[in-house]
Design a protein around this ligand. Structure first.
Ligand code: DX5
Ligand code: ZN
Length: 218
C-alpha cells in the first residue's frame, strides 16, 4: 500500500496571505502543497505562474505539486522547475501526442512528473505514458474551480489506473483532485488513490489540523 499523502489545494486559501497560509497548512500536517496553475485558456479561470511559486517556496518544506492547467505546457515546465516545484503534472488534453515527450522534458529539469486526465477522458489515453510518470492524477471534477461536486464515475477509473500502475512494477503515486470530502475520501482510497487533494474541505474547515488527520485516517 502506497503512503497516503494529503495535498491541500491553495486555490481555496487566501492569496493575500499565501506564504502564511502555506506555512500554517504545513504545520497543520500537509504532506504536499497542491498548486493549481490556470491560464484562462485551457480552463476558464486564471491563477498564478512560476513567480508566485518561487515567492512562496521558502514558507514550506512540503512537496510542491504544480498542477498545470495550461495550453502548451512544455513551453513553461522549465520555469516551474526553476521556481521550486518538486513535481509538475500536465494534462493529456493539453499535450495530445506530445505527452510522453513533455513528461521526459519535465524529468530533464530534475523534478518529478505526472500525467492528468479530466473526468471525461479515458484512462486508455495515458496507458502508454504511465511508466514515464512518478504520479498519475485523475480529476474528479472538471478543472477550473474549487468547491465543485465530486464526480463518482472516477472511481472505476481509479481502479483501472491502479491496476496499470501495478503492472509497471514501479512506485507511482495515484492522485485524486476535486470535490474530496470527509464523506468520500475512503471511497477514493479504496479505489487506489494515495495522494488526496482537498481545497475547500481543508481551507474552509475550522480545525484544519483535525481535518487533515481525518482525511489521512478515514
Ligand atoms: C480544480 C483544481 C483543484 C481544486 C480542488 O480545477 O484542480 O485542485 O482546487 O478544490 P476542491 O477540493 O475544493 O474541489
Ligand atoms: Zn488541482
Amino acid at each position: 500500500m502506497a503512503k497516503i499523502k494529503i495535498a491541500p489545494s491553495i486555490l481555496s486559501a487566501d492569496f493575500s496571505r499565501a506564504g502564511e497560509e502555506i506555512k500554517n497548512i504545513t504545520l497543520e500536517g500537509a504532506d504536499v502543497i497542491h498548486l493549481d496553475v490556470m491560464d484562462g485558456s485551457f480552463v476558464k479561470n486564471i491563477t498564478f505562474g512560476p513567480k508566485f511559486i518561487k515567492d512562496v517556496r521558502s514558507f514550506s518544506n512540503a512537496i510542491f505539486d504544480a498542477h498545470l492547467m495550461i495550453v502548451n505546457p512544455w513551453k513553461y515546465v522549465e520555469n516551474f522547475a526553476s521556481a521550486g516545484a518538486d513535481i509538475i503534472t500536465v494534462h493529456q488534453e493539453a499535450c495530445g501526442d506530445k505527452l510522453i515527450e513533455t513528461l521526459k522534458l519535465i524529468k530533464s529539469f530534475g523534478v518529478k512528473c505526472g500525467a492528468v486526465i479530466n473526468p471525461d477522458t479515458p484512462v486508455k489515453s495515458i496507458e502508454n505514458a504511465i511508466e514515464y510518470c512518478d504520479m498519475v492524477l485523475l480529476m474528479s471534477v472538471f478543472p477550473g474551480f474549487g468547491g465543485q461536486k465530486f464526480i463518482p464515475e472516477v472511481l472505476p477509473k481509479l481502479e483501472e489506473t491502479a491496476r496499470l500502475i501495478q503492472q509497471t512494477g514501479k512506485e507511482i503515486d495515484l492522485e485524486i483532485d476535486g470535490g474530496i470530502t470527509l464523506d468520500n475520501v475512503k471511497l477514493v482510497k479504496d479505489a487506489g488513490a494515495n495522494v488526496i487533494v482537498a481545497g475547500n474541505t481543508v481551507f474552509k474547515s475550522l480545525d484544519r489540523a483535525k481535518t487533515i488527520k481525518q482525511l489521512r485516517e478515514l
